[in-house]
Design a protein around this ligand. Structure first.
Ligand SMILES: Cc1cc2nc3c(=O)[nH]c(=O)nc-3n(C[C@H](O)[C@H](O)[C@H](O)COP(=O)(O)OP(=O)(O)OC[C@H]3O[C@@H](n4cnc5c(N)ncnc54)[C@H](O)[C@@H]3O)c2cc1C
Length: 234
């Protein structure tokens, strides 16, 4: 009898029940990394991963032999605000993407509202800092909601007037949710995580990066363990 596959796990990094990362599919494991490296001397095998294999993974990572980490793939379905997606899409190498088309389908009423607003960092012009109690959280939330309702209402009005979807979407804000399939290989995923699960990255994007890591790590546990050890040392 064929076993029913377990449902793909879905994580909700923003805690609002809408923003999500799901594992759609994956190919490869730690052993396939080792086999890709050992094919150079005809030493690939079906044997389970052993200590020598783990040492080889460590060696490959430490010496930046990246190509053995490319013979695999991990596909995520990512539902995120457009401002997060604009950062994800900058990762060009070893990453494939397909996204819902707002020309093709009417945009759903899905808007991210920060549960808590942050302040502009005083020194780093790209960064934010936690509210020290001087920010009017309630008023900020009200302004945000009014802006969203106005924009989404305008979108619906334009559609009602007969304006095409591809033009009407122009009034929608960056907090609108979009959804995509993203496929990484482990090399491109680790590069992505190094940049986006980092204190310099935007907080919301970092939450998505962490969710992606949480789903990918059990698929390549030795690779992730050695990569984390290497990162911790730097
Ligand atoms: C904290 C942070 C702040 C950022 N701020 C900004 C910003 O203000 N404005 C902005 O525009 N972007 C910004 N970015 C995006 C950033 O510049 C990169 O585009 C993004 O992080 C993708 O990184 P990458 O190019 O290494 O990745 P990939 O595109 O996946 O490339 C992977 C690697 O391939 C090589 N590579 C890729 N393309 C080329 C090429 N054309 N020529 C030579 N080598 C190549 C490089 O070694 C590169 O590291 C920011 C990113 C971060 C993490």
């Amino acid at each position: 009898m064929t076993a029913t596959p377990a449902p793909s796990p879905t994580l909700f990094p923003l805690g609002d029940g809408t923003g999500s990362v799901s594992l759609v599919q994956h190919v490869g494991d730690d052993k396939s990394v080792v086999n890709a490296a050992r094919i150079s001397f005809g030493g690939d095998s079906d044997a389970p991963l052993n200590d020598r294999d783990e040492k080889l993974i460590r060696y490959l990572l430490r010496h930046q032999h990246g190509s053995p980490f490319e013979h695999n793939l991990i596909t995520f379905k990512i539902v995120c605000p457009i401002f997060v997606d604009r950062q994800l899409v900058r990762h060009r190498v070893g990453v494939s993407k397909n996204e819902v088309s707002a020309r093709y389908v009417e945009v759903q009423e899905r808007n991210f509202t920060p549960p808590r607003f942050r302040k502009q960092a005083p020194s780093n012009r790209q960064a934010s800092v936690e509210d020290d109690g001087t920010l009017d959280q309630a008023r900020a939330a009200q302004v945000w909601q009014e802006a969203w309702r106005g924009a989404f209402g305008a979108y619906q009005d334009l559609l009602g007037l007969g304006v095409t979807r591809e033009q009407a979407r122009g009034v929608l804000p960056l907090s609108l949710y979009t959804e995509s399939y993203y496929t990484f290989n482990v090399r491109s995923l680790l590069h992505f995580l190094g940049l986006r699960d980092h204190e310099g990255a935007q907080y919301e994007t970092r939450l998505f990066a962490r969710a992606m890591a949480e789903l990918a790590e059990p698929l390549f546990p030795v690779t992730f363990r050695e990569w984390r050890l290497l990162h911790a040392a730097h």
